[in-house]
Design a protein around this ligand. Structure first.
Ligand SMILES: [Zn+2]
Length: 380
């Protein structure tokens, strides 16, 4: 079997769609008006991703508010916020360029998703012609909805976490039932947990171990056969062409990350300074037997924050070097992150989201072609 390759999930939303979202938030257009623009963006995303030759594709997450908030609200501005939530939660991340992203705040129980990813997946499946993947959000991110230090009256932290795991399980089961080929869990908060940013109180509290344990409560509800197709995505963030935790050493993250009983990992690497060292760390820490499944490492070979398009030869060379440390039958390729995990993203280094979309498809094509070259050279 050739080296597998798959995207993380998102693509920049066209400028027209971002304008329509703003019009919907301002009450200038109806949801049906917005949905028509979303439909067009999804169709364009799937067709163009398919035209790259990519074997597994997505709808580019064109309908969702963000990778983290899709279960909670209709738009990133908080229109249609789910019950028992208020808009003013904690920062989940403060990025290097100074901008930040904020989560809602839980005000009471019970906690329920307003949207499951399957709603978006089914619309994509109706138009897709290749196997489709869907990204979902990790329980460890949504755990940050609960107050950090206090208990909510009448709704204990454990009652919340129990509801959260039930909802996250439903999110994944519904996708498998609808025919999702692959499901990856976004875990950007893993690396950020190792930073100590005094402006962002949840960091610097050694929360990584509890994140891993919480996500394993979810993963342990699935069979080894199911977990072959359930992945974890790690990255230092990727929003407005900026990161939130690129200075955190992978040596501190990877041993804990591979304790999660997922079947595969989508790992940012193209933008790492010393890739070879990280390939070696991956080879040392990935598990042959994660409760019945052999873990597969998909290394990032494309940097979605940089407008320069990688060549297929660069992709090939990254994979050949990685194969010195990672068994070739447990190696895959991916992008470092989604191309726009948040719906509203002007992609400043690219000039505009429309230019960034064109570049994204060129980059995906380079990943697909470079991965084929590496497969030929490695004889797989
Ligand atoms: Zn990411």
């Amino acid at each position: 079997m050739p080296i597998p390759t798959e995207p993380v999930g998102s693509l920049p939303r066209p400028a027209k769609l971002q304008a329509a979202i703003a019009d919907f938030d301002a009450g200038r257009i109806t949801f049906d008006d917005l949905a028509r623009v979303q439909d067009a963006a999804c169709l364009d995303s799937i067709r163009r991703m398919e035209s790259t030759g990519s074997p597994v594709n997505s709808d580019g997450e064109q309908r969702i508010s963000s990778f983290a908030t899709y279960p909670l609200a209709d738009t990133l501005a908080g229109t249609g916020l789910a019950e028992n939530l208020a808009g003013d939660g904690q920062f989940f991340a403060i990025f290097e360029d100074g901008h930040h992203r904020q989560l809602p705040r839980l005000t009471g129980g019970p906690f329920r998703y307003k949207h499951y990813a399957v709603e978006f997946f089914e619309k994509a499946k109706a138009i897709g012609t290749t196997p489709l993947k869907q990204a979902v959000i990790a329980p460890s991110m949504l755990a940050l909805l609960y107050p950090l230090d206090s208990e909510l009256p009448g709704y204990s932290r454990e009652a919340f976490l129990s509801d959260l795991i039930d909802e996250a399980e439903k999110d994944i089961r519904k996708l498998f039932a609808a025919g999702a080929a692959r499901i990856s869990i976004d875990f950007t908060e893993g690396r950020l947990a190792l930073r100590n940013d005094p402006r962002n109180p949840w960091t610097g509290r050694n929360m990584l171990k509890s994140f891993v344990a919480l996500n394993n409560r979810l993963l342990d509800r699935f069979s080894p056969e199911e977990r072959k197709n359930i992945g974890i995505h790690t990255c230092p963030g990727g929003d407005c062409d900026s990161t939130h935790s690129a200075d955190v050493d992978y040596a501190d993250l990877l041993p804990s990350m591979f304790e999660m009983n997922a079947g595969y990992f989508l790992i940012q690497l193209a933008s790492e300074k010393d890739k070879e060292r990280v390939y070696r760390l991956i080879g040392e820490h990935m598990r042959q037997d994660a409760n019945g499944v052999a873990q597969v490492a998909f290394i990032g070979v494309i940097n979605p924050l940089d407008p320069r398009v990688e060549t297929p030869e660069e992709v090939r060379d990254d994979l050949l070097l990685a194969a010195k440390y990672i068994p070739k039958e447990r190696l895959g390729s991916t992008d470092d992150c989604g191309f726009s995990p948040f719906s509203i993203d002007v992609k400043p280094k690219h000039g505009s989201p429309d230019v960034a979309r064109d570049i994204a498809f060129e980059k995906i094509k380079a990943r697909v072609e470079g991965t084929k070259l590496a497969s030929q050279q490695l004889g797989v």
